[in-house]
Design a protein around this ligand. Structure first.
Ligand code: BES
Ligand code: ZN
Length: 390
């Protein structure tokens, strides 16, 4: 027993030294007792996949430490077979832009009002950690907000082709899937996503997650609001996804992608929004286009959308292995892209801490976020198509 407690103290010290905000004198178990609203077993065994290595088993605590040290990974414990049908999907091509008038008319209706209100609320939960009570409550709040927006902004007949469902996981926080049914017979799906969870480097501490990824979550919600306000009826099915548990190793998006792959759903394009608010002081305002672990031709298409519809330029940058939910779709060979607030090196350094707040700095910008809502609107219309009214 004594050797075990020595071991736990050693681990606590190791975590404390990597995580500056963890007071060194407290043993790890104290945190679990201090925060009963968490359902997190630090000794649970997880299967973790890092770049270029065979998957390894480790404890939840070791996984948290690895993340704090900057190691990037998929937690594949429940999704080992994701990508089993990847070979069935081949390189796709994407159309040239041809819905300029429709896109521009929807862009005019975008506003920072909803995103400001919604992000204030989302970042007011103590944490949106996927295994916490407040993580569950924040997800339920978002689900009801989406329902309210649908009720107040979509016409009655449009509402008949919209469904919003909670995608359940083995933890309490669900992912959310909003579907606008396409009119065409071909069962093709366009996905726009963000992650709704947040974390502190040490998960029991506060994590407002305003930028990571409250910003992306409200960015795509505003795009959705504008589209349905304009009575958007897509030819292809267009879906908005809010993933749970990205911070645990892309758990929510892998579960969703695995479900789609096993049902042979034909996702023709996926676009991830993770961190859309930060404009570092002294830098030019731009849109970061991630070029690693993304689909090359969809990235080229996405860049054309930026050039055509946004008021700020694109800049290419990289994010590394498994850095956000687009990677789960790429693993199954579904074409995906990732657009971010800036070049990687100019991105918000307050993430995964209690300082990831709206009011931390003037660098947090709602007008910058709105540029990304424009991009999501353009992506939905140019790839989803707009059904001609009869
Ligand atoms: N939003 C971050 C990814 C990110 C960080 C993008 C900094 C750009 C700049 C994301 O939520 C995250 O934390 N990703 C982890 C990987 C995840 C699988 C645990 C990461 O990149 O370490
Ligand atoms: Zn993060």
């Amino acid at each position: 027993m004594r050797s075990l407690s020595v071991l736990v103290s050693c681990i606590a010290l190791a975590v404390a030294s990597t995580l500056p905000s963890v007071p060194e004198q407290l043993p790890l178990s104290a945190y679990q007792h201090a925060y009963p609203g968490f359902d997190l077993d630090l000794n649970a065994r997880r299967l973790v996949q890092m770049e270029g290595k065979a998957p390894v088993w480790m404890t939840e605590l070791e996984k948290i430490i690895a993340k704090a040290e900057g190691v990037q990974f998929f937690d594949i414990t429940d999704t080992q077979d994701l990508g089993f049908n990847a070979h069935l999907r081949h390189q796709s091509t994407f159309p040239s832009l041809n819905a300029t008038d429709q896109v521009k008319s929807v862009l005019k209706t975008l506003s920072t009002k909803g995103p400001e209100e919604n992000l204030k609320k989302l970042s007011s939960f103590r944490t949106r950690y996927y295994r916490s009570d407040t993580g569950r409550e924040s997800q339920q709040w978002l689900f009801s907000k989406i329902a309210e927006i649908t009720d107040t902004s979509a016409s009655e007949s449009l509402r008949r082709i919209i469904t919003c469902t909670e995608f359940r996981h083995s933890w309490a926080q669900n992912s959310i899937i909003l579907r606008i049914n396409g009119s065409s017979a071909a069962d093709e799906v366009v996905v726009i996503g963000a992650h709704l969870d947040s974390t502190n480097m040490w998960p029991f501490l506060p994590a407002p997650g305003a930028d990571d990824d409250g910003s992306g979550s409200v960015t795509i919600l505003e795009a959705y609001r504008a589209l349905i306000t304009s009575d958007f009826r897509p030819e292809r099915t267009v879906e908005f996804h809010w993933y749970s548990a990205e911070e645990g190793g892309l758990l929510g998006s892998q579960a969703v992608a695995k479900d789609y792959e096993s049902r042979s759903v034909n996702v023709i394009a996926m676009s991830q929004y993770d961190m859309t608010a930060w404009v570092k002081q002294g830098t030019r305002e731009e849109v970061g286009i991630i070029t690693d672990f993304t689909d090359h031709s969809l990235t080229k298409f996405n860049k054309q959308l930026v050039e055509m519809y946004l008021d700020i330029p694109a800049t290419e940058t990289r994010c590394g292995y498994a850095c956000s939910d687009h990677a789960s779709w790429m693993k199954a060979n579904y074409p995906s892209v990732f657009t971010i607030e800036s070049k990687f090196e100019n991105s918000n350094k307050n993430i995964h801490s209690s300082d990831d707040r709206i009011d931390i700095s003037e660098e947090f910008s709602f007008s910058h976020m709105l540029e990304f809502s424009k991009l999501a609107v353009a992506f939905a219309i140019e790839l989803g198509g707009w059904t001609k009214s009869k």
